[in-house]
Design a protein. Structure first.
Length: 173
């Protein structure tokens, strides 16, 4: 699997990094940081860090053949640009490519409460097949620590991408 992971905005960037670190090593990862996501990951197997200003990077073309894209966290700015078709950086261009190729796009909006504007943008994108998956807890998972909470969220995103994991306890009724 070729997976684009974008980290859009500084608030919540550590959750995006933990998502990347928990991905199986056989997944080819293409990571894009927005200007506000200033942290840098250590190089690891199957990880390519792309510059957000480089709209000629491989993920900017449908012929590159990525399977899915997830933006963790997704800033309201990136969400709005994607909803309006603005492709002025690699994150928004890659999202536009994923949409036109009808591949899986998952957005994890990070701000709350949501005003009507981002809610309208989320609805618009949802109608286009984008999965809107903000970091919301499932209390049935018996979360006791911050790490348990992060594993639950990452596990839910893995579920959406059909990546097998044992990151949280599933509901048993």
């Amino acid at each position: 699997m070729k997976l684009i992971i974008a980290i859009s905005g500084a608030s919540g960037a550590s959750l995006g990094e933990k998502f990347i670190k928990k991905l199986p090593s056989d997944i080819k990862k293409y990571v894009i940081y927005s200007q506000n996501a200033t942290t840098v990951l250590d190089k690891e197997q199957n990880l390519s860090i792309l510059e957000n200003e480089n709209i000629a990077a491989p993920t900017a073309s449908g012929s590159f053949g990525c399977d899915a894209m997830i933006i963790i966290p997704c800033s309201m700015n990136s969400l709005a640009k994607i909803a309006c078709g603005i492709s002025d950086n690699l994150i928004t261009r890659s999202a536009a490519v994923i949409l036109k190729e009808q591949k899986k796009l998952i957005l994890a909006p990070r701000e709350m409460p949501f005003s009507s504007i981002p809610l309208e943008n989320m609805l618009k994108l949802s109608k286009l097949g984008v999965q809107i998956a903000p970091p919301i807890l499932g209390y049935y998972a018996k979360i006791k620590t911050l790490e348990d909470m992060e594993d639950f969220l990452i596990g839910k995103w893995f579920d959406m991408l059909k990546i097998k994991h044992n990151l949280y306890k599933r509901w048993e009724g």
